[in-house]
Design a protein around this ligand. Structure first.
Ligand SMILES: [Ca+2]
Ligand SMILES: [Ca+2]
Length: 483
């Protein structure tokens, strides 16, 4: 497929152009690959091929990884669902669009009105666009509603039991429910995607399929819990003294999740880890269902598959639960690209961003560059995984707080100037904050020059967010284990 682009570029420069170019472009369009994008919600590096948890069981995602290029040092742009997805589908960093939280969604951000979503960009260039499940946080509405030609189901996740099983309120609950995969909306979505993959659209398609697990509540059928011996599971490394060498900023971040103290006090840590692993394996099965459908479809062999998660997830590391931090657990995500011309091989260990998805797919599909995009095409790393990315990755959480992730380092600078520095070659768990080491001043300044300046303010005014935060705190204190 890279040849298509080169051919078109060469054609555009050709003095003989018109007579030859028009048929060539039409032919090129007919040959463009389809895109199947699989979006996963809140999946951290607990997948087999990333080695984030020794008990993780993800044979389907790992099989895809073995066939394509794994970006094993990939990071979201913003570590929270909605803002991460706005960034992926606009190709713009939060410091440009200003959405750093659960809202506003794409269609409510006036500055994105003239920024085409990935779906729109493909649609305007001869693709049929399809989407199902959780892709943009609250769906394609308003000025992006027509970016998708066909919806293949909007419900994501699954049903909830009448009463919580372990934890109230139910949004943070988990347990074996419902009885069968067929009752799960995520599995129904996978089946709908398989059906849609069998059709001929008369032109290439761009299909996004968004699964909701392992986002809470972690209800999946019992067979996924039964895959694991609960009492033998490895718990994450979370020494309380890990917090002693880091500044206050995100240490006690107010959030909607229970705290590590609450979880420990209730004796529910192991149960939660079990439920997360079960939910990851269920989601893996949904991914495998879609990929099997693709293999058995007329589009096998001409479809690029891209799989990502919107951000990571803490399960007690740094005494934290869920997301929104600038640490590795919160920002690192699975990211795989596979397809007809992607040679399997080594993982790419360069730090890459989910902002790179958009420009990479454009290049792989031979579509013109979108000059608005802030990520970079990873085609060089698909061809040779050792190729350096031209800049480190920037991750932002709320206005003024940024992490700079390179292949071997993470440098964090908070709004108040406080810093953290981790050397991943020797400290992959980010236990030792080296920011005060005078010998590492040069590393800090090399990374620090990438800290964004003039970042867009938060789209949700600070006062509104603080009111919302107080409400969340109040709800948080109502959280309790089910007796
Ligand atoms: Ca998410
Ligand atoms: Ca530490």
């Amino acid at each position: 497929m890279f040849e298509i682009k080169r051919f078109l570029n060469a054609g555009l420069l050709c003095a003989l152009s018109f007579v030859f170019l028009v048929p060539a472009m039409i032919e090129g369009a007919a040959q463009r690959p389809n895109v199947l994008m699989i979006c996963i919600d809140d999946l951290n590096d607990w997948v087999g091929h990333l080695g984030g948890h020794p008990d993780a069981r993800t044979p389907q995602i790992d099989a895809l990884a073995a066939q394509g290029r794994v970006f094993s040092n990939a990071h979201c742009s913003v570590p929270v669902c909605s803002a991460s997805r706005v960034s992926i589908f606009s190709g713009l960093h939060a410091t440009t669009h200003g959405s750093y939280e659960l809202g506003p969604d794409y269609h409510s951000i006036e500055s994105l009105r003239n920024v085409p979503t990935m779906h729109r960009y493909f649609k305007d260039r001869g693709y049929t666009t399809l989407s199902g499940g959780k892709v943009l946080h609250s769906g394609f509405k308003g000025f992006v509603a027509n970016d998708v030609d066909q919806f293949i189901g909007r419900r994501a996740g699954g049903p909830r039991p009448e009463r919580p099983l372990h934890w109230e309120p139910q949004v943070w609950d988990w347990g074996p429910f419902p009885e069968t995969d067929g009752e799960m909306y995520d599995y129904q979505l996978a089946r709908a995607a398989v059906e849609a993959l069998q059709k001929d659209y008369g032109q290439p398609f761009f299909m996004s399929v968004g699964f909701s697990r392992p986002h809470v509540p972690l209800y999946v059928p019992p067979k996924w819990f039964d895959l694991f011996d609960r009492d033998a599971l490895t718990l994450p490394q979370a020494p309380p003294e890990d917090l002693e060498d880091i500044p206050d900023n995100f240490k006690s971040m107010d959030q909607v999740a229970p705290t590590q103290d609450m979880i420990l006090e209730a004796g529910l840590w192991r149960g939660f880890v079990h439920a997360y692993l079960a939910s990851v394996s269920f989601t893996d099965h949904c991914v495998g269902t879609v990929l099997k459908g693709l293999r058995e479809s007329p589009h096998a062999g001409q479809t690029l598959v891209v799989l990502w998660s919107d951000h990571g997830f803490h399960l007690g590391e740094k005494q934290h639960w869920a997301k929104r931090t600038l640490w590795e657990e919160s920002t690192r995500v699975p990211f795989v690209i596979a397809g007809p011309d992607v040679e399997p091989g080594d993982h790419c260990r360069e730090a890459v961003s989910l902002l790179d998805v958009y420009p990479t797919l454009l290049e792989m599909c031979g579509l013109p560059r979108n000059p608005l995009l802030e990520g970079v095409s990873l085609v060089p790393q698909i061809e040779d995984p050792a190729t350096p990315r031209r800049s480190p990755v920037i991750i932002s959480s709320y206005h003024g707080n940024h992490a700079v992730r390179s292949r071997d380092w993470r440098y964090i600078r908070y709004r108040d100037g406080a810093e953290e520095l981790y050397h991943h070659e020797v400290d992959p768990d980010e236990f030792r904050n080296l920011a005060d080491d005078p010998a590492l001043g040069a590393v800090k300044s090399r990374l620090g020059k990438w800290i964004p300046r003039n970042a867009a303010p938060e789209a949700i005014p600070l006062e509104t967010r603080l009111v919302e935060r107080e409400k969340r705190k109040a709800r948080l204190h109502q959280n309790r284990p089910v007796k």
